[in-house]
Design a protein around this ligand. Sequence first.
Ligand SMILES: [Zn+2]
Length: 168
Amino acid sequence: MKDQTFEIKIGDLLNHVAVDEIIFENKKTDLIPNLSEEWITGKIRLSWIDDENILVEIEELECTLNETCDYCSEPFQRKIKIQWYSSRFTLNKDEVNYANDEVLFFIDEKTSTINIEELIYQAIELETPFVLYCPDCAKQHENLSEDEVEESGFDVEVEQWWNIIFHK
Ligand SMILES: [Zn+2]
């Protein structure tokens, strides 16, 4: 059974120092339409920070995506494993991200819930390389780069590497 509920009740977690762990499996999200049918599995840990903030950590997230190779256009499956990813959820609607690279989410005060769908989507998005190679093309590409390093040194290798990507 798969489900699309990414809402988690935080209950009284904001009122006292506490940690809560949730294991999830078979999560499906419309944000990632190319998810394979193993869907998403992983662990979520919620930790009290203070009476307005909760730290949400994702651990051992796994899923497989159906991809198309940017080089040979063949379909292939890309397995994703994320050891750890985290974000802060806050009640404070006025808060501006104080660290430039911090992504902040909000706690729904009325229902005392958080929705981790966007967080999971972001974690998976970060694993997406600029160019998607199927295993065969990735291997070929690796060999090519190694040869070029031996022949002409690092600077030229980088330049040619980019040429290979864009001249299909
Ligand atoms: Zn390919």
